[in-house]
Structure formats: C-alpha cells, structure tokens
Design a protein around this ligand. Structure first.
Ligand code: FES
Length: 104
C-alpha cells in the first residue's frame, strides 16, 4: 500500500496528537497520530465502544482517552488499558522532510 502525506511534522509536536481521515482502499479511515517523545505512532481513530473519535480526545503520556466515555488506548501498541483483547489497528507512519506519511 502506498504511503500518503497526511500532515506536516511541525503540526504534531511531542505530547500532542491529531486525527486525520484518509482513503484506504474503498473506505475512509479515521486515524489518530500521536507524537510520543518525538516518535510518531498511528492507530485506528475510531473507538470500538461506540465509534467515538479518539483523535478528538486527550493524550495522557502514550494513552489516548476517548472523548465520549473515556476508554483508553495505548497509541504505541493500540491496546486498551482494561481489556488486552481490545486492540486498535496500527498503521505504519514515517517522516520525510517535514511531511508525515501514513500507510493507509
Ligand atoms: S465511544 Fe469511546 S469510550 Fe465510548
């Protein structure tokens, strides 16, 4: 799958996250990109509870907190903090120059 430019690296400083929508095949995908201590991580941005927009929640350390009912997911591993069987899909992300690219 091709990598797509989704943001500028400067738009995601350490300790922050953004949500993006990108076309992955036939569907539009919500993806949250977190900057954890200078390293970018990308995972599915749709909460498995009731489809809340994870990228519009809060980032506490490496945990993304859903804005609707506060379920938490580790942006590095994709795992839910209470139920390890719940795991968000991860996406490959890389930086080229100032561009952030995600493999959707
Ligand atoms: S929709 Fe995310 S916690 Fe309920």
């Amino acid at each position: 799958m091709p990598f797509e430019r989704v943001a500028a690296f400067a738009d995601i400083p350490p300790g922050s996250m953004i949500d993006i929508e990108g076309a992955g095949g036939d569907e539009t995908r919500m993806v949250v990109i977190c900057n954890i201590e200078g390293e970018l991580h990308a995972m599915d941005g749709r909460c498995p509870h009731r489809d809340g927009p994870l990228g519009q929640g809060a980032l506490h350390g490496r945990m993304v907190v859903c804005p609707w009912h506060a379920w938490e997911f580790d942006c590095v591993t994709g795992r839910n903090d209470h139920d390890p069987s719940l795991r968000q899909r991860k996406y490959d992300v890389r930086v080229e120059g100032d561009a952030v690219l995600v493999d959707l």
